[in-house]
Design a binder for this molecule. Structure first.
Ligand code: ZN
Ligand code: ZN
Length: 299
């Protein structure tokens, strides 16, 4: 079971590796480093909730644990987390802002996190995808630029993640998902961010980008529609990066970025790998693959 948020030394080593390969991603990666640091710090500080009640009676054919009822997240509790992350976000992602402009952003963030419409919306994990948060913010704060909205959305998602990650850690400890066969996260219902093919046995493990639960999925079937006809399944990669594959299903047009661990000798962090492989999402989407079906399904 992978540990999330990853340890500082591990993050540092991975970021060093990526920056050597792709220096233009440096600022974004440093922001992620700050985000993991803040999440590690706050994960132990959130008030505890009755996890036994959440987990009682769950079976693998159920709805994802937190999808049906949502999760009460008080953004005000995470205020300090978000303010400190906003500081790092301005430093790395919005360096062009003047001090007074970042002050404006800070007060908008405070206003947002005490907004009861936002508080109600973020109870549902389906509203926590970056595009959803971004459009939710746009409805309330249309004075912000697209980039500022994207940064604010990322900060709010990072804050909500704390609670989800904690619950996912506990669920994973209880080994609740060994037989989970669905193509969505058993905890929060989000589509998998990435798959890895495990080094020791080649098993396909999916990871959720919100709560970072990992769960197994059969290799020879489409994760979204279950298609097992090998004529309409396949994968592609960019030459020189054979360990980063994109598996596609031509029946439902689903795609899934997949890392073959035995072809790379690193102990990589899937979340960072996801960030540095956005170019593969672009390629897949240009080829007509996308997530549309699954999103309609879980909404
Ligand atoms: Zn999840
Ligand atoms: Zn499919």
């Amino acid at each position: 079971m992978a540990i999330f948020p990853p340890a500082e030394e591990h993050v540092q080593a991975e970021i060093k590796y990526y920056i050597q390969k792709k220096s233009r991603l440096k600022s974004l990666l440093l922001f992620y480093q700050a985000m993991y640091r803040a999440q590690r710090k706050y994960i132990g500080e959130v008030p505890s909730i009755a996890l036994e009640r959440i987990f009682s009676g769950i079976s693998e054919n159920d709805e994802p644990i937190l999808l049906k009822n949502g999760l009460q997240i008080s953004l005000a509790v995470y205020q300090e987390f978000m303010q400190s992350l906003l500081e790092d976000a301005c430093k790395y992602l919005l360096p062009e802002l003047t001090t007074s402009q970042s002050k404006v952003l800070e007060s908008l963030l405070t206003k947002t996190i005490t907004d009861c419409v936002i508080a109600e919306k973020i109870r549902k994990p389906t509203n926590l995808s970056l595009p959803c948060l971004q459009s939710l913010l746009f409805e309330r704060q249309n004075s912000l630029t697209e980039k500022e909205l994207a940064v604010m959305a990322q900060i709010i998602r990072a804050a909500c993640q704390i609670e989800y990650i904690r619950i996912a850690q506990q669920a994973q400890t209880l080994s609740l998902f060994k037989n989970w066969q669905q193509g969505r996260c058993p905890v929060c219902g989000e589509k998998p961010m990435l798959a890895i093919l495990r080094q020791e046995d080649g098993a396909r493990i999916l990871e959720c980008g919100l709560c970072h639960t990992q769960w197994p999925a059969p290799r020879l079937a489409c994760v979204q529609c279950g298609n097992t006809n090998q004529d309409s399944l396949g994968f592609f990669f960019v030459p020189g990066q054979e360990f980063r594959r994109v598996y596609v299903c031509n029946d439902c047009k689903y795609y899934l970025k997949t890392i073959v661990l035995k072809e790379t000798n690193r102990d990589l962090i899937p979340d960072l790998e996801n960030v540095v492989t956005y170019f593969l999402d672009n390629v897949a989407q240009k080829e007509g693959y996308g997530y549309k079906k699954l999103q309609t399904e879980i909404n």
